[in-house]
Every structure is written in structure tokens, then in C-alpha cells.
Design a protein around this ligand. Structure first.
Ligand code: NAD
Length: 368
């Protein structure tokens, strides 16, 4: 099936206008709690880089349960620009030094951490200690141990923690979860997935520094392939064997370029996956005993497509980030654990840690 050239013709719908079918896919959106249901919850974005600027702030113009109430930035010029563009009052603008004062600001209910990976742990923990709920971007942290510390800090502060896994709110993805987890065409017999892009950006960017990014294509893109495998099967892998390829060692001095892996699941079933900063991949292909389905593009936010037994899936495109943030705001209102809590980020990071271990040892490594 041709997967390209469709998105220009397809309508992106706002979460506010989701139909009954889509509401069934996002049950948390369908019932409002009484306590805070009458007001939108305030979100503060920490880190006003590409993702905040290009995706999250625009998505927050389409949310029903939350709004862009505040910002945290180290760049005064950005504070001025954002304040004008989004009508953010001075009292809701923070920098990295006075960030903890956010504890006293009743306008801010949720802090969304959109920083380089090495800063996720610190700002998640500071947010929880300030008494605010947290959304933390992917990959959750540099390693699984840091994820555990973040989860513990949020539990101790009695605050909810969610990871920016927007695809759990995306209709094609939700359908792939249903087809895989419910064995609609029998047992899964084959699963292959890959995610990557050809990195041509700034050679000095934090994404290429191990201390700030934790790794390269695996941390940034491979996390989606790992997620895709786990949410399609609804099972946790127990072991992994990985190999890597580096065609531009001068560019990727500190971090991985392309990694290939096999995951083993209980009972011995194996899947294949890969990540890259040197190939444009975004797919998830699954075969079951009596049918098959695939997603492609599978992981971006420019439009997801998919097919079941060769027939295109009939779902609309949504603003994934708006659906994700609205759902978390609703979880906060209802004091309900998100469908993508910190534990979900931790499970992926356990796989990532084992992949790096396998690259070092050249052997199969246990996960967790
Ligand atoms: P970016 O480099 O564009 O932005 C990072 C921001 O952090 C900048 O505003 C920068 O000023 C700020 N910052 C503060 N201290 C810094 C420091 N010491 N060094 C560097 N920057 C510093 O990055 P991005 O693309 O916006 O990514 C931010 C996070 O969002 C990452 O965790 C990334 O994986 C995630 N992300 C998620 C998605 C998604 O689809 N869920 C997409 C893109 C990025």
C-alpha cells in the first residue's frame, strides 16, 4: 500500500471535536470529574526549544482540559517573545535559578519537562518537591536507575508523573495495540520495527554529547521502536542481543549511530528492532497466524498511517500532544494514574540499558 502523500488530503482534527468513536479510544476524556472540572489546569513548559516551540505550545492552543499558563527559560529574549505570543503574565515566567518558587504559584498545576535528557531527572524531582504534577519528555532519563529515583520522588511528594508518550493517544497506534494484544488474527508470529532519521544538524548539539543525551539514535529514536514492540505485544522482553554500525564516526564521536537488536520474550518468541541517526525509518510490521498489520509512518507527529491485511486503517489524524496533555490534565483532576506513567518510561530504559550492555559484551543480556 502507498503510505505517502496522504496527509495533505486528510484532515487533522482537534481533540475538542473528537467523535464518539475517538472518545471511546480515550476513555479518560469522556467523563469529567467534579472537583477541578470547571477550570482548565495550568501547564508550565520548562525548556523552550524546538519541541516546545513547534509542537507543545501550538498543541496547547487546542486543549480542553489544560492551557499554557507559564514558562521556564534561561533566555530573557524568549521570555519576552513567548509572553507576547501566548499572553503569559510576568508572574508565571521563571528561569532555572528561581524555578523552585513555582511552588507558590496557584496558576501552575503541571510542569512539562522538555529539556536535554540529562536534565530530566533534576527537573522532575524539583517539580514534584514544588508540589506540582509532572510530564517528562522521552527518553525519561539517562538510565533506569535515574528513572527509579524520579518515580520515587513523585510518589513521596504524592504527585502524578507521566512520560510524553503521545502515541498512546493516537488512533492507528491504539488499533495496533488492540490487534496485537488481543491476538485478533491469532498469535503474533513476526514483529519488526525501526525508527530513525538522517542527522544533519549541528555537530555540537547536546544530542551528540553522551553526558547530555545518554546515547544517540537509540535514546532519541529507538525508544519508539522499543515502545512499539512492547505496546503491540503487551508483554515485557526478558533478554536482548544488539549490534551496531557507524558509518560517520567523525560525526557520532560520543553516541551511537545505528543499532540493530533482537528482543526475547517469555516463551522464547523473538522480535527485531533498530534505531538510527543515519537512516529514515518509521515502521512497525506485525504478522499473526492468520493476518498481518503495519504502521508506517509509525512514530512521528506529522501523520500516522497503517494497514490491516493490506487495507488502509480508517482513522483520522489528531493533534497527538493535545490529546496526551488533555488526558494527563484529566488524570490530575481525577487523581488517576496516567496510561503512560513513569513506570512505562522505566521499562523502556531497562531495555535501553541492556542494549548498551549487549553492545559492550557482544552477548545476549538479561533485561532489568
Ligand atoms: P532543543 O535542543 O530544541 O531544546 C532544548 C531546550 O533546553 C532549549 O530551550 C535549551 O535552551 C534548553 N536548555 C536548558 N539548559 C540547557 C543546556 N544546559 N544545554 C542545552 N539546552 C539547554 O531540544 P528538543 O528537540 O526540544 O528536545 C527536548 C526534549 O524533548 C528531549 O528530551 C527530546 O527527546 C524531547 N522531544 C520529544 C519529542 C516527541 O515527539 N515526544 C519530539 C522532540 C523532542
Amino acid at each position: 500500500m502507498a503510505l505517502s502523500n496522504k496527509f495533505s488530503r486528510r484532515t487533522f482534527i482537534r481533540t475538542g471535536s473528537l467523535g464518539i468513536g475517538a472518545l471511546a479510544l480515550c476513555p479518560a476524556l469522556s467523563s469529567l470529574a467534579s472537583s477541578k472540572a470547571d477550570r482548565k489546569l495550568g501547564i508550565a513548559l520548562v525548556g523552550l526549544g524546538n519541541y516546545s516551540y513547534g509542537q507543545l505550545a501550538p498543541a496547547l492552543q487546542h486543549t480542553q482540559n489544560c492551557y499554557l499558563a507559564g514558562i521556564v527559560t534561561g533566555t530573557p529574549a524568549k521570555a519576552v517573545e513567548w509572553s507576547k505570543r501566548y499572553n503569559i503574565p510576568e508572574k508565571n515566567i521563571y528561569n532555572y535559578q528561581n524555578f523552585d518558587e513555582i511552588a507558590h504559584n496557584p496558576d501552575i498545576d503541571i510542569v512539562y519537562v522538555v529539556l536535554p535528557v540529562s536534565m530530566h531527572k533534576e527537573y522532575t524531582i524539583r517539580t514534584a518537591r514544588a508540589g506540582k504534577h509532572v510530564i517528562c519528555e522521552k527518553p525519561m532519563a539517562l538510565n533506569a536507575r535515574d528513572c527509579e529515583d524520579m518515580i520515587a520522588a513523585c510518589k513521596k511528594a504524592d504527585r502524578l508523573l507521566s512520560i510524553g508518550y503521545r502515541l498512546h493517544f493516537e488512533p492507528h497506534t491504539i488499533e495496533a495495540m488492540r490487534l496485537g494484544q488481543q491476538h485478533i488474527f491469532g498469535k503474533v508470529t513476526h514483529l519488526d520495527t525501526g525508527n530513525g532519521f538522517t542527522y544533519r544538524g549541528d555537530p555540537n548539539a547536546w544530542r551528540l554529547k553522551k553526558a547530555m543525551a545518554g546515547g544517540g539514535g537509540l535514546m532519541d529514536m529507538g525508544i519508539y521502536s522499543i515502545q512499539g514492540t512492547r505496546y503491540t505485544l503487551g508483554q515485557e522482553p526478558i533478554a536482548v542481543k544488539a549490534t551496531q554500525e557507524k558509518t560517520r564516526p567523525d560525526f557520532f564521536k560520543e553516541v551511537d549511530e545505528t543499532i540493530f537488536w533482537e528482543l526475547e520474550f517469555p516463551g522464547g518468541f523473538k522480535t527485531t528492532g533498530k534505531s538510527s541517526y543515519n537512516h529514515d525509518w518509521s515502521y512497525l510490521k506485525v504478522e499473526e497466524e492468520h493476518g498481518k498489520f503495519e504502521l508506517g509512518p509509525a512514530f512521528g507527529y506529522g501523520g500516522i498511517d497503517g494497514s490491516v491485511n493490506g487495507k488502509q486503517m480508517p482513522f483520522p489524524q489528531i493533534i497527538q500532544q493535545a490529546a496526551q496533555m488533555d488526558d494527563f490534565a484529566q488524570c490530575v483532576r481525577q487523581n488517576k494514574v496516567s496510561r503512560v506513567p513513569g513506570e512505562e518510561g522505566l521499562k523502556d530504559m531497562k531495555v535501553v540499558d541492556a542494549i548498551y550492555k549487549s553492545l559492550d559484551s557482544g552477548k545476549w543480556e538479561r533485561i532489568g
